[in-house]
Design a protein around this ligand. Structure first.
Ligand code: ATP
Length: 502
């Protein structure tokens, strides 16, 4: 069994250190793979600051350039949509936003309410700081975004574009993370408690997830065993299915965005400020769509897209199925030590995908069940990829027989149910879907937490960073123009919602 009982939580959290020895992040599995692996090692070596060879996204590379050395993987979320154009139950343009900024009755929180403790992380768009509420002493993760960057990009887009709706679209993208998180509640999705802004920044006050990034734990452990990977696959899947059912395509699945809770359950974070609601695709655009479910993807692809589906890398229309491809990449990474295709930019990765007629080489040492799962998620052609949302569950219990890959006919669509797959035979989907598993059990890796304020599961690269500069100018009054553009950004969760999570 990979789960322990709740009572063991405290004991484990305080005493247990990660037990698995450090293993090589990259494992050879065939003669053919050796050359590729050697090349990857060289790439990873030149790109990495970490001793284990694992590279993080870039905080610098927001633009379609080669990723700078010694940086993290950047999100590819500059010009894409967050919502499907059909069945969208949440839409930036449709949601009534409670505007606290100019409302005398509703008092918005402000930066002065929070004492900074240490930096937790830095992404392409933001800095995330552990903060303590002066009034309640509760800990939160405060995500800060610079208005100037949003407004500068805004001007650039307007100058280059003849599209009169661009301004509105950019603002909707800016609001996307705030809107998604304030509307959705799921045990495997980070919670938003407050948002507000001052003259220079936008702030999201999020639930603090103290177990750190999956990235951090992968760096420590090298690779993970199949039971652990199946557990995370199940937790990510319920979160993705929930998002898809609510019209949201996550599109940014990577180990840096998967956090571990105190109990070792996986929590998705980063719903990206630059994402948009695509519910008004023009006639001209929609002719290019392959199916009514496709989202139209705009313009350039940015960042380092090791986890992005081939259709996104090609600039083709995509739909929620792209998240299942990313899940395949993440599972591959956890099992093998790197995603199936690595490279310094999206063109290199796309070339590798296109050259690989048979799909990625899956190591021989994985079980047939795991190989089968990876094969179906990592199909290049989205129409042949496992349509997990459609074939999600059935009443029958899980398959007790390991699938045998050799018998599969190529080109056939997978129509068996995802939840019944052999790799999930130890997962209690009912408990997972109603949140009891997350509430009452611990996951396969229980983070060591001696003091929540120490953030000991976060990279020292970040926790040692200074946050003083950010606070020198913080809290100045909001300028008129900025108030108008970001009007409605502020938000307070209800008292009962807050109570539920503390
Ligand atoms: N709620 C949270 N609790 C703890 N740490 C967090 C939380 N949210 C974010 N972090 C840390 O901060 C990092 C950056 O946050 P996030 O990914 O949201 O920023 P971003 O600018 O959107 O990054 P990206 O480059 O991936 O787009 C995360 O990878 C994580 O380490």
């Amino acid at each position: 069994m990979i789960f322990s009982l709740d009572e063991e939580l405290e004991k484990l959290a305080v005493t247990s250190a990660p037990s698995s020895p450090k293993t090589s992040r990259i494992m050879d599995y065939s003669e053919h793979a050796i050359a590729d692996t050697f090349q990857s090692r060289l790439e990873l070596k030149s790109l990495s600051t970490s001793t284990s060879g694992r590279r993080r996204s870039s905080v610098l590379a927001k633009f379609p350039v080669l990723n700078p050395i010694h940086t993290r993987r950047v999100s590819i979320s500059n010009n894409d949509g967050t919502f499907t154009d059909t069945n969208a139950s949440v839409s930036a343009s449709k949601i009534q936003i409670t505007d606290f900024d100019n409302d005398g009755k509703n008092i918005s929180r402000s930066i002065q309410d929070f004492k900074p403790i240490r930096v937790l992380g830095k992404g392409a768009y933001s800095k995330v700081v552990l903060v303590k509420d002066h009034h309640s002493n509760k800990l939160y993760a405060m995500k800060q975004l610079k208005k100037a960057e949003i407004l500068i990009n805004e001007k650039e887009v307007r100058e280059d574009s003849e599209d009169p709706t661009t301004l509105q679209k950019r603002i909707e993208r800016t609001f996307a993370e705030r809107i998604i998180l304030s509307k959705l509640e799921h045990p495997n999705v980070v919670k938003l408690f407050y948002s507000f802004h001052d003259h220079s920044k936008l702030y999201l006050i999020l639930q603090y997830i103290p177990g750190g990034e999956l990235f951090f734990h992968l760096k420590e452990r090298g690779t993970l065993d199949e039971d652990t990977v199946a557990f995370y696959a199940a937790e990510i899947s319920v979160a993705l299915k929930f998002l898809h059912d609510n019209g949201i395509v996550y599109r940014d699945l990577k180990p840096e965005n998967c956090l571990l809770s105190q109990r070792g359950h996986l929590v998705l974070t980063d719903f990206g400020l630059s994402k948009e609601a695509v519910d008004n695709v023009s006639d001209n655009e929609s002719t290019e769509l392959n199916s009514p479910e496709d989202i139209y993807t705009l313009h350039s692809i940015i960042g380092t897209p090791e986890y992005a589906a081939p259709e996104i890398l090609q600039g083709l229309p995509y739909n929620k199925n792209c998240d299942w491809y990313s899940l395949g990449c993440l599972l591959f990474d956890m099992l093998v030590g790197k995603p199936p295709y690595t490279g310094t930019n999206h063109k290199v990765i796309l070339n590798k995908i296109q050259k690989d007629k048979q799909g990625p080489r899956i190591p021989f040492y994985l079980s047939d069940g795991m190989k089968d799962m990876l094969n179906w998620l990592l199909k290049k052609d989205k129409t042949k990829r496992w349509d997990v949302d459609k074939y999600w569950s059935e009443d029958k219990p899980y398959d007790t027989k390991q699938p045998n890959n050799k018998k599969k006919k190529p080109g056939k669509q997978r129509i068996t149910k995802f939840q019944s797959h052999f790799i999930f035979r130890k997962i209690d989907w009912k408990l997972l879907e109603n949140g009891d598993l997350q509430r009452t059990t611990v996951g396969p890796i229980v983070p060591v937490i001696t003091d929540w304020e120490l953030a000991e599961n976060f990279d020292i690269e970040f926790t040692s960073m200074s946050y003083e500069d950010d606070y020198l100018s913080a809290g100045l009054p909001i300028e008129k123009q900025s108030t108008d553009v970001f009007k409605g950004f502020s938000y307070n969760a209800s008292g009962s919602y807050l109570e539920k999570y503390f």
